[in-house]
Design a protein around this ligand. Sequence first.
Ligand code: SF4
Length: 292
Amino acid sequence: MRYDSDLLYRPPGEWKSYLLQCTIGCSNNQCTFCGMYKEKKFRIRPTQEILEDIDMARAYYGPGLQRVFLMDGDAIIIKTEDLLRILRKLYDTFPALEKVTLYAGPRSTLSKTPEELKALHDAGLSRAYLGVESGSDAVLKFIHKGVNAQQMLQAGQRLVEAGIDLWVTIILGITGEGGDWREHILSTAQIINEMKPRHLSAMTFAPAKGTPLGDDVLAGRFKVYGPDHILEECRLLIQHLDVDPLHFTSNHASNYLPLKGSLPQDREKFLSLIDQALEGKIRLRKTLNRGI
Ligand code: SF4
């Protein structure tokens, strides 16, 4: 129940979850598009403090909590024995608890053995959110993701193999005008097809204030793609995804055309909606709130 600041981030789907702060900031904190934790110096909270927070949450919410999200970034970096203690305490404290979820950094995920990840799953770590962003080595390097595509793939596969429900995000438009967007999209489809997450969210690049890419946009060094091009990227991605079943969403505030459904069943419907939008038959979301 204690938080280091008011700047708390969680995936949109975790709006019902109790937010338990286990880390402060992000262990990578260098992605050029991301401003989420720029003000925070990364650290892991002492386990004892986290366990005390769980008692505070029990006193505040009562025993009926059903979902918990472990914040901030990359809570999977916590030593496995400590994460297991936290999970046990949560499930002991809240008998109705159904899901515990977190953001997983690829490097921290790879630092754990498959056995450790399986133990975490068995102890109730239900879902991990992994920011894949792109399957292209060039793009991952460009945005300073800290891993290459092969490492990202391995991290995702390990989570899936451990039985953890994997939700990945990727970014449309991240190459900027003049970048090799086809390579970005095709290699992204390929990494997703090999990783086989259960959920995929395709966001759209929106420049954030105070980030290196945001500064590049303001200085004219990086040109943001317009809506029609973003729809073309989304179209190409959907055409090449073959994970079955795949819960697909592209309905974040950053997206021009909200899409939500299941692949492959909804493929033709999505493509038709994109085509209608490209023909001007569907009104796109305004760009007013899209970043700086
Ligand atoms: S995108 Fe994720 S890994 Fe990169 S800096 Fe932001 S929170 Fe950290």
